[in-house]
Design a protein around this ligand. Structure first.
Ligand code: ADP
Ligand code: ZN
Ligand code: ZN
Length: 748
């Protein structure tokens, strides 16, 4: 292997402008140590000041005149520097998920924003009391009124807030400056962190773990004490007490002088969660999230670096908290799609957490009621250690679940969106003054086509995912581009009730109001929550029982506890089941389990009604029974048959351009390039597409997609690297931009 000759060095690591790198020559004696992330000393600027920097890139070629490139003064060998770890992590992310080094650095390094830290200035008496009293008398005799006031206060209090002295005691700034010069008083400036946590101090009530919880905590802690670092998956339904297990393990890890990161999905980043951890761990807990200002976020990362906190709670960005003694990363609700970044680099938090854990000798705990297929299959392969909690911590009974066959409703001439069963139960709850949630699990953007008589859904013959209806009357596959005419009658049963499927929350709200005149109805969806704060307003109104029925999208099913809700109605499970996405069944299973978990969380027993045209579909049947393993087995069969993740890996290439033709041509060109590469390098991969994306036009950009499937992730990285090089090289794709997404979870 030949060593690189030049290194790109970044100087001010926390500055907003991370783009600026400087090229230096790597002296031969340092060529082995000069790796990505290594801290260096370099001479900088005209005065050749020696300053610290980090290597973020390596190359064989000079970017400027060779003679103007200075050599690196020293490559520092200090493995503990936190920035080194993070830069290495950024490099790994760039390689594994695509994008530029700069995009990766911006993801990983907490950036100092121009917002200044809040300063607290205090005045302190700098002479002893006797001297102060002497001076006081002197000032009185000379009628130095301001000095007298200030000294009087300082003799009493010893120290004063600067602003208090100026605003309340009306001391002029000049007086303060004079007295500082005379060394009568001292001015002390302290940076105070903006404190993002605003919690009520409450006493911590100790919870005694039950047998299952204790077993898991004991095992993980024992491993930790024995120096074993692994990834654990805790599978337990909501309310089974996973959080208590986390807290027990966290306490032990912190006691070892280590620090902990707890990731929670943004939506669940509630006051209650933070409050609960604060109760147990006090002020050494902090939060980081996207609603905080840049300054606030920067403060929290400084506190982490200065070892002022032991535990940070936040969504995926908290993964990069600059702890120097990290010991544990926990990802709660690990199946949530919010753990996948929607912007380049499109990293998955679970993979990054495991990489960071490996770099820092930490462990990882994943927890979920409905683990992702990825995680559960890794647990089955022995890559993760699996623990299961089988029952709820508090003696709450699981709800009774009814599956209603909407085809039967049609046969019985009920064309309303409410089945007879759901109508009867809603009326019953209204009469008892209990609450109801009606849930429209709408995901994705395009409508599928199905038969209301027999439930048949139009699918792509090549990809086995639902076709999407377009306004031009054609049905399209958004993976491979296959299309066909909209059928006039159902190909299975000949019924004429075949049509695009779709209902909105607004429509459901209207129909509820029409059907149940006396009911008070609230609606929560993207429209009603656009205004800041409206989300929590709706939830608190419902919690205060100011409404009987809450109609909404999946927003309403996550993490909220409403003890008076005893009925959950899922208007049409089919809505999420047939979006054109290979994860549709998995999402449906998760959503149904979550929705069911909303009913009867307390003493009152709950009921759930799932309405569907596919009552025999395994994701509906297993969700109704709370049978995760059953669902997993069936779904894995499908993934294996079709080579979808996690049975294989899938790389999405998104090609976008302002010019529709250029997007089309560009995607064809890339498709050809991939085919050629398959032949030249004897790669046994599958190329799917190019096709128009589900979101065919976003912000004036036309979007096309290509999918590439392969068993081996490294091969897909190789293909990604090849394509990144290819677009720079051909010049034919100048008006197109490319984005990569490995094993995508979001809709394109
Ligand atoms: P999960 O994280 O799995 O949803 P939680 O840890 O939030 O579950 O537990 C659900 C509820 O049960 C919480 O109110 C929690 O305080 C309570 N709980 C959990 N474990 C115990 C226990 N061993 N004894 C008593 N209450 C418990
Ligand atoms: Zn039919
Ligand atoms: Zn297809």
């Amino acid at each position: 292997m030949s060593f690189h000759k030049y290194a790109d060095i970044i100087i001010d690591i926390s500055h907003e402008n991370l783009d600026k790198t400087y090229q230096y020559l790597i002296p031969e004696e340092y060529s082995a140590q000069a790796t990505i992330g290594a801290p260096v000393k370099v001479s900088f600027g005209k005065g050749n000041r020696i300053i610290n920097g980090y290597i973020v890139g390596l190359s064989h070629e000079p970017k400027i005149d060779k003679n103007k490139i200075k050599p690196i003064t020293e490559v520092v060998e200090d493995a503990t520097v936190i920035e080194s770890h993070l830069i290495y992590l950024a490099h790994w992310i760039k390689d594994a998920f695509g994008g530029t080094m700069n995009e990766a650095l911006k993801t990983v390094i907490p950036v100092k924003k121009v917002v200044r830290a809040v300063e607290e200035k205090r005045l302190i008496l700098n002479v002893d009391i006797d001297k102060a009293n002497t001076l006081y008398d002197e000032y009185v005799s000379k009628s130095y009124k301001a000095r007298v006031r200030l000294l009087e206060a300082l003799i009493k209090e010893h120290t004063l807030d600067y602003r208090f002295a100026i605003n309340k005691l009306s001391i002029p700034r000049t007086t303060i400056n004079d007295m500082v010069k005379l060394e009568v008083i001292k001015l002390e400036t302290k940076e105070v962190y903006r404190n993002p946590i605003n919690v009520v101090k409450e006493a911590y009530k100790e919870v005694v773990l039950n047998e299952e919880q204790q077993y898991i905590a004991d095992n993980i802690i024992k491993d930790y004490m024995d120096g074993i670092r692994s990834t654990y998956l805790i599978h337990g339904i909501t309310g089974s007490g996973k959080t208590e297990v986390y807290m027990e393990v966290i306490a032990h890890v912190i006691a070892q002088g280590k620090q902990v990161i707890l990731l929670i999905p943004e939506i669940a980043l509630t006051y209650q969660t933070v409050q609960r951890f604060h109760r147990r761990f006090g002020d050494r807990v902090s939060i980081i999230n996207s609603r905080m200002s840049g300054g606030e976020r920067y403060d929290q990362s400084l506190r982490a670096k200065n070892k002022e906190i032991d535990l940070v709670i936040g969504p995926r960005s908290a993964l990069f908290t600059p702890f120097s003694d990290l010991g544990l990363i926990i990802i709660d609700e690990e199946h949530e799609t919010s753990y996948k970044s929607e912007t380049t680099p499109k990293y998955h938090s679970v993979d990054v957490a495991r990489m960071r854990a490996q770099l820092t000798n930490s462990s990882v705990i994943l927890g979920s009621a409905t683990p992702s297929l990825e995680s559960y299959s890794r647990a089955m392969n022995g890559e993760y250690r699996l623990f299961t909690i089988s029952k709820r911590a508090k003696e709450a009974v699981l709800p009774k679940v009814w599956i209603v066959d909407l085809r039967e409703e049609l046969k019985n001439k009920n064309k309303s969106i409410f089945s007879e069963k759901l109508k009867a139960l809603i009326a019953d709850r209204l009469a008892k003054n209990e609450q109801i949630m009606l849930f429209l699990n709408r995901r994705g953007y395009a409508g599928f086509v199905s038969c209301r008589s027999c439930g048949h859904v139009m699918k792509c013959p090549h990809c086995d995912i639902s076709l999407t209806s377009h306004y031009n009357g054609r049905l399209v596959c958004h993976y491979c581009g296959y299309d066909e005419n909209m059928p006039k009658i159902c190909p299975t049963c000949g019924s004429k009730y075949i049509a695009a499927f779709g209902t909105g929350t607004q429509k459901v709200e209207e129909l509820v109001k029409r059907e149940f005149l006396q009911a008070r109805v609230l609606r929560m969806d993207a429209d009603t929550t656009r205004k800041k704060g409206s989300y929590s307003t709706i939830l608190s109104q419902f919690a205060a029982h100011k409404a009987d029925i809450l109609v909404g999208t999946q927003m309403i099913v996550k993490g909220h506890d409403f003890p008076m809700v005893t009925l959950v109605g899922i208007i049409a499970a089919d809505l999420s089941l047939h979006v054109g996405d290979f994860r549709a069944s998995e999402r449906t299973f998760q959503l149904l389990c979550q929705a069911a978990g909303r009913a009867g969380r307390d003493v009152l027993k709950g009921e759930v009604v799932i309405q569907t045209y596919n009552p025999d579909h395994y994701s509906i049947v297993t969700a109704a029974e709370g049978d995760y393993e059953g669902f997993f087995r069936q779904e894995m069969l499908y993934r294996e048959m079709m080579d979808y993740p996690p049975a294989a890996h899938m790389l999405l290439v998104l090609i976008s351009s302002k010019d529709e033709k250029k997007a089309e041509d560009g995607s064809s060109l890339l498709g050809e390039a991939v085919k050629e590469m398959f032949i030249n390098e004897k790669i046994q991969g599958q190329l799917i597409g190019p096709a128009t994306a589900v979101l065919s036009k976003v912000k004036d950009y036309y979007r096309r997609v290509i999918y590439i499937k392969h068993k081996d992730y490294r091969t897909l990285i190789h293909i990604k690297n090849y394509l990144e090089g290819y677009i720079n090289y051909t010049g034919q794709l100048a008006d197109c931009s490319l984005q990569f997404d490995f094993d995508p979870v979001n809709t394109y």
